[in-house]
Design a protein around this ligand. Sequence first.
Ligand code: PXP
Length: 247
Amino acid sequence: MPAKLNVNIDHVATIREARKTIEPSVVGAAKLCEKAGADGITIHLRQDRRHIQDLDLEQLRSTVSTYLNLEHAVTEEMLLIAEKFKPDAVSLVPESPNEITTEGGLDVQSNVSAIKDAVQRLKAAGIHVSIFIDPSIGQIDAAAEVGADQIEICTAEYAELTLDHEDRRSDPAKVAAEIARIATAAKYAREKGLVVAAGHGLTTKNVGALASMPEISEFNIGHHIISRSIFIGLENAVREMIDAIRK
Ligand code: PXP
């Protein structure tokens, strides 16, 4: 079965919040993604509320008919929100105040006790729990130890290596090494009984090498799809990514 695609629609809210107005509609965007064949919708409710707002979560909870994946940091405030709205899944992510986007995976190894408590609370609320981690054996062991159902492999490093800057072409040997690191992590996590997702910085150009790994059953992709939607429309951008995953 091809991997599922959850579309991260944070950037729709980013545009709205740039003007503190009512458009573009996050709910409308989610509906179009679903119509185009997305398997789910992902949103990140940040502590600084720079894009997605609490009301978006509330409205999406009652309108998303596929699968709603809420990313949030491990804080009491966020756990209470997740317990209240009960998204289908929660993805625990690290968050630091001045970052432009999520920088790397959560350090589960160094925070076992707090993350274990969070995972237990979310699971008790009937929520499927994923943890966003770097492709490291130690972090996978820790994710299994805290009782996560799923890991999401952070592909930021891979994305950076596959990005062709004007002044720097990607280095095939480095790309191959990073693909191998992700493949090893994905296999190891599956052997431990964890569901394996991947995301961050993925595009129609670089997703193929990961989509061909049978262990990866879900992708969370935002920036590229929303960027493409400016030129070809949201439905086409979602379909284009689904095609790239299934190719
Ligand atoms: N997965 C996680 C855990 C993320 O934090 C993000 C970014 O919000 C993504 C996936 C999607 O990354 P991108 O927007 O680069 O596709």
